[in-house]
Design a protein around this ligand. Structure first.
Ligand SMILES: Nc1ncnc2c1ncn2[C@@H]1O[C@H](COP(=O)(O)OP(=O)(O)O)[C@@H](O)[C@H]1O
Ligand SMILES: [Mg+2]
Length: 401
């Protein structure tokens, strides 16, 4: 190898090495940039972690230009000042506000919360439930079509006719017979937003917030109109009382007063309808049944034989069955059962099949499920039983006493 060739090779080697170093520099610069960003992120996180917490409160009353009464969520009512940058227009009683960490001034306003997981509300934009999912309540469905669905769908037709639909409808009857289900079906059929407030939960979980929740509920219903507001189990806030002594009772009374004010306040022709349900119509404060409030009362009774048959049909529609299942007989056998009982019977029959390693449900599974779900309420219609061959199990033993 000549000297010049040797030089040339060394020169190439060095050049390669320089290229390699240049590339490494670029890579490392990119890494530095990345790490810088990370450092910045963690510094911000540290700042967040080190910042003293602010306090959440509920505004009760604005006293004057720069003072307000706020109920802090941690304790007593406070009289605090209002910081200059807070929009005073928005400071309505019931708004959530942020207090500085000393709890001495309102420094910000929190947005209205609609998160149904946090509140006692359930919101379904357009429920899929249909009248076909409700068994044995044809008369009631017809009535609800007229007083709720039709006005919601054709507000103008009613206006032209000069008819005012009832503002509120009360559904009453024993538990588990389809009140909540029916209200949801009406919303589904009316293409309306379904907003459900469970009054008993409101009374238990949201002490001190009932009135505001009711106000928020109606504001939400108007924003999402057409909508159906369901006040489920309204007796929890609308039972008549002999005295309103304790603070808890006063609070519940305030909630009811707010509800009545909302009902009285809204235009019967705007696109919000209110349905309430109760298992105990006898304990309701008559004030809620006055004209212009819940003035249409519909009974949702225990299903009769035909009703039970329909409900059995609905809940067995998607079940895989083996052999002939005589739903008529099942309906007869389950006298006194509610819709919820029948649903439980069908589920139980399905599980019995599974437990026995079968992928289909038999007639016997149903009979046993009826006995299990209804327990002492189980009254076999004994004279007819004798004549029904399918009332015996595979060994010919009678299934019903
Ligand atoms: N009439 C019915 N038709 C079909 N299913 C029913 C009926 N009544 C009750 N159910 C079943 O029982 C469940 C509970 O009923 P629900 O509507 O909550 O009763 P309520 O509100 O009257 O206490 C329903 O989700 C449904 O599965
Ligand atoms: Mg209910």
């Amino acid at each position: 190898m000549s000297i010049s060739e040797d030089r040339e090779r060394r020169y190439q080697d060095i050049l390669d090495y320089v290229r390699y170093l240049e590339q490494r520099t670029q890579e490392m610069e990119a890494e530095i940039a990345l790490l810088r960003r990370e450092v910045k992120y963690y510094k911000q996180e540290i700042d967040k972690l080190m910042a003293p917490p602010l306090i959440e409160g509920v505004l009760l009353e604005v006293l004057d230009e720069d003072r307000a009464v706020v109920k802090s969520t941690t304790g007593p009512n406070l009289i605090v000042s209002i910081s200059g940058n807070v929009d005073k227009e928005k400071l309505l009683p019931g708004t959530y506000v942020v207090l500085n960490q000393r709890g001495s001034a309102v420094v910000d306003i929190l947005p209205m919360r609609e998160d149904p997981a946090v509140r006692a509300m359930e919101i379904i934009e357009k429920p899929k439930t249909r009248y076909g999912d409700v068994g044995g309540l044809n008369k009631q469905i017809q009535e609800l079509k007229e007083v709720v669905e039709l006005p919601l769908k054709n507000p103008n037709a009613l206006k032209e006719l000069g008819i005012e639909p009832p503002k509120g409808v009360l559904l009453y009857g024993p538990p588990g017979c389809g009140k909540t289900l029916l209200a949801k079906a009406v919303a589904g059929e009316s293409d309306a937003t379904f907003i459900r407030l469970v009054a008993s939960e409101l009374a238990q979980k949201f002490v001190g917030e009932g009135a505001r929740m009711v106000r928020e509920l109606f504001a939400l219903a108007r924003r999402k109109a057409p909508s159906i507001v369901l006040i489920d189990e309204i007796d929890a806030i609308a039972a008549k009382r002999l005295d309103i002594g304790t603070s808890g009772e006063r609070e519940i009374h305030r909630t009811l007063t707010q509800l009545l004010a909302e009902l009285d306040g809204f235009d019967p022709l705007d696109n919000v309808r209110v349905i309430a349900t109760t298992n105990r119509i006898d304990v309701l404060d008559p004030a809620i049944l006055r004209p212009g409030r819940f003035d249409r009362v519909i009974e949702i009774p225990l299903p009769d034989l035909v009703g039970r048959l329909e409900i059995f049909r609905i809940h067995t529609k998607n079940m895989k069955t083996g052999g002939d299942i005589n739903l008529n007989v099942l309906a007869k056998m389950s006298e006194g059962a509610t819709g919820a009982d029948i649903k439980a019977i069908c589920t139980e029959a399905g599980f019995t099949a599974l437990r026995n390693g079968r992928m289909y449900v038999t007639y016997e599974d149903f009979v046993n499920a009826i006995r299990k779900v209804l327990k002492d309420r189980f009254r076999p219609y004994s004279n007819e039983v004798e004549y029904l061959p399918e009332m015996r199990d595979s060994e010919g033993k009678r299934l019903v006493i």
